[in-house]
Ligand binder design. Structure first.
Ligand SMILES: Nc1ncnc2c1ncn2[C@@H]1O[C@H](COP(=O)(O)OP(=O)(O)OP(=O)(O)O)[C@@H](O)[C@H]1O
Length: 186
């Protein structure tokens, strides 16, 4: 679904990482590990095509969702408005009320993002995964700010996605909560 070969990148004068290769196939989940500043976000951005590496090559064979550690929400727009905007942009006819319900966002569905809690903002960003079926999910610290119920909900989404042939590459500190096919440590 995606394979990356011998990736390397400089940041300033410093080699952030080099010689990093990984691949992910349908049903698999790869977990990226490393200390703060090791380069996990940078690697995910390279895999998503958002940052150009100094060395190496990424072969993408599937469309992907990119969920960064910043939610990328418009402060004045509500969860419902965000979902409608994304659905429109992607030509998705998904049931927005059902997704809001599944993500525990029915109650704050009309609250502007700047007044949402951190967990509610994260749930809004993660709702994108349900709007449009894309085979590969690139997730940067997806559990950040989620409560126990939100974490279980995301784990269920990941499990369903993998069972139906999807794949995940995720940067995660601590317990992933799912069985990783491989771990890549930077
Ligand atoms: N555009 C950039 N220009 C210069 N340095 C950058 C840039 N982007 C990232 N860096 C640096 O690269 C290093 C790796 O950052 P990155 O966000 O990839 O780490 P990370 O492993 O995801 O860290 P964390 O666990 O804290 O989220 C950091 O020192 C960061 O300051």
């Amino acid at each position: 679904m995606l394979s990356a070969t011998n990736l390397g990148i400089l940041r300033g004068e410093r080699v952030l990482f080099e010689g990093v290769s990984l691949s992910v196939a349908p049903g698999e989940a790869v977990v990226l590990r490393g200390a703060n500043g090791a380069g996990k976000t940078t690697l995910l951005r390279i895999l998503a095509g958002l940052t150009r590496p100094e060395a190496g090559h990424v072969d993408r064979q599937a469309t992907h969702h990119w969920i960064g550690h910043r939610e990328g929400l418009k402060p004045h727009e509500t969860p419902r408005a965000h979902l409608k905007l994304w659905a429109q942009a992607w030509g998705s006819d998904a049931d927005i009320d059902a997704i809001l319900g599944e993500m525990g966002l029915s109650r704050p569905s009309e609250v502007a993002a700047r007044y949402l809690s951190a967990g509610q903002r994260r749930r809004t960003a993660l709702a994108r995964l349900m709007l449009d079926q894309r085979p590969l999910w690139l997730l940067d610290e997806p559990f950040t700010a989620l409560d126990a119920e939100g974490r279980e909900q995301l784990l269920a989404l990941v499990a369903n996605h993998r069972q139906s042939g999807g794949a995940v590459i995720a940067a995660i500190h601590g317990d992933a909560g799912f069985a990783a096919s491989r771990e890549v440590t930077l």
